[in-house]
Design a protein around this ligand. Structure first.
Ligand code: FAD
Length: 459
């Protein structure tokens, strides 16, 4: 490599795609782009990925390296402290700019701000972009200039805003190949499970990376979206996009999905209702990040402080509670809808939304266990585990969230099963055996309502 050729460094994070990636696009436009992924093992507050997410990341990085190679962009892998890693690269290469797509969790924003400051001190240009959300969380504001606490007004405001159009595909570059900086061997990151390899169901179900997105998107538009309003609550059929991991890891840009749905709604009117319904769900993802940005305490604390007095049980509190938690996580509560969901989660790293809601409700209300216990289990087992969506939805289920389900609406897993899995196909697929119920539905519901009334009396 001619040392004087300036290098555009693109720091990849939750945006593992080559299409509609603003930081990569701009880097390639401005010069010779080199991409880096840093496994951050040092920065305070950065939550370690769960097991399923690590599995996904391993394969996604392999796939990303291939996609990047096709457009002439080398991918460097490093682990450690991002600031130190970037400083080292800057020492070794004639880097003209560092570019990334923005992240929005409190700890990640802190890391990014610090890195930006330090690089600026060295005279390195740092440019960040909105690539993982449709809008930066601070761009969607109430008339009074604050963030939203309720989804519908947030959504209505989002619809009024101009959502950026997807970028054209980047043109392949010719990166001068020699003297690339050292890269770590992905295998040494130990992201995959070994003895036992519990990821077989994940391997059979998913193809992490950008490549698989096109096919799923085509199927979504062809046959799923038209039925989405009726089918989206039915775990027994393939009636939702199943694109949550692709969105989580950035293989699919939300702007691309948004534009696609708009286009289909305007050209195929029979699918318009489905497109709008799906667009609304995509906006829930935005809303969760919006909530987290404005309420960074949401990861740990009830958004409605009165729930601090609810008296949820914690892990380790008693043998009975630990046994409840273990039965719930293993899918052995004796309620087939809950068990099928929990086994689906364990087997394939994903669970249908309706079942996430009722399995969550069962833990928090019928078993009286704190939502954080459920949040942690989901964090470890979901391939789409997402800091904002996971915590916001757990708080929604628990009733402690900003725009949450009223606490007294306690899902009845048996009625839910009759309604949303009428022929028992879903239950039969994931929980065919059945076991004795660990709690009585009516009694545990009554206990939850009484605890709720006690809490209300205190406020
Ligand atoms: P679709 O119905 O096809 O929706 C399209 C996209 O919209 C999804 O891929 C997702 O990105 C977004 N979306 C849909 N519903 C929601 C929602 N309620 N909140 C936020 N975004 C939404 N989703 C995650 O991506 N990561 C999580 O960690 C996560 N944890 C959850 C925990 C609980 C307790 C609950 C009740 C829900 C959670 N969800 C989470 C939201 C939702 O269950 C999943 O996004 C959805 O099931 C993914 O399936 P899909 O892609 O087929 O969704």
């Amino acid at each position: 490599m001619k040392l004087e050729t300036p290098v555009e460094l693109v720091w990849l994070r939750d945006d593992l795609r080559t299409l509609d990636n603003p930081a990569l696009f701009e880097g390639m436009k401005q010069g010779e782009a080199l991409a880096i992924y840093i496994l951050d093992t040092r920065s305070p507050g950065i939550r370690e990925l769960g097991g399923a997410a690590k599995w996904w990341l391993h394969h996604a990085l392999k796939s990303m390296a291939t996609s990047l190679r096709e457009i002439g962009v080398p991918l460097i892998l490093r682990s450690g402290d991002p600031e130190q890693v970037l400083q080292e690269l800057i020492n070794d290469l004639p880097i003209s700019a560092v570019r990334w797509n923005r992240r929005y969790s409190p700890s990640e924003m802190k890391v990014d701000a610090q890195v930006k400051r330090r690089l600026a001190e060295r005279g390195i240009q740092v440019q960040s972009y909105c690539g993982s959300l449709l809008k930066d969380p601070w761009e969607v504001q109430t008339a009074g200039g604050t963030g939203y606490k309720v989804f519908t007004p947030f959504y209505n405001r989002l619809l009024e805003l101009n959502i950026r159009k997807p970028l054209p595909a980047p043109e392949a570059q010719d990166y001068p190949g020699r003297s690339l900086p050292a890269t770590e061997d992905l295998e040494t990151w130990n992201l995959l499970p070994h003895s036992p390899n519990w990821a077989r169901g994940l391997e059979d179900t998913w193809e992490p990376g950008e490549n698989a997105v096109d096919d799923r998107l085509a199927l979504l538009i062809d046959s799923i979206v038209g039925q989405y309003p009726e089918a989206r609550d039915r775990p027994d059929i393939d009636g939702t996009s199943a694109l949550s991991p692709a969105l989580r890891w950035g293989h699919l840009s939300p702007a691309v999905l948004w534009a696609e749905l708009e286009q289909v709604a305007s050209t195929q009117p029979e699918k318009a209702q489905g497109c709008y319904a799906l667009r609304r769900q995509l906006a829930w993802r935005e809303f969760c990040w919006h909530l987290l940005f404005h309420n960074p305490q949401m990861l740990e604390k009830n958004l409605r402080a009165e729930f601090d007095d609810y008296g949820w049980a914690e892990k380790g509190q008693s043998k009975e509670i630990d046994s409840f938690i273990s039965h719930w996580s293993q899918g052995e509560t004796g309620y087939a809808m809950v068990d099928a969901g929990m086994k689906q989660l364990w087997n394939i790293g994903w669970m249908h939304n309706r079942v996430r809601m009722l399995a969550g409700s069962f833990l928090v209300k019928n078993l009286g266990v704190h939502w954080k216990v459920g949040e942690e289990w989901f964090w470890d087992t979901l391939v789409d585990a997402d800091l904002a969506s996971n915590s916001a939805n757990w708080q929604w289920v628990a009733g402690s969230g900003a725009d949450a389900a009223p606490f007294f609406r306690i899902f009845n897993p048996e009625l839910q099963g009759k309604k949303f899995d009428p022929r028992g196909v879903y239950r039969g697929r994931f929980a065919p055996l059945g076991s004795d119920p660990i709690v009585d539905l009516r009694d545990s519901r009554q206990d939850a309502l009484e605890a709720y009334e006690q809490m209300r009396k205190l406020h």
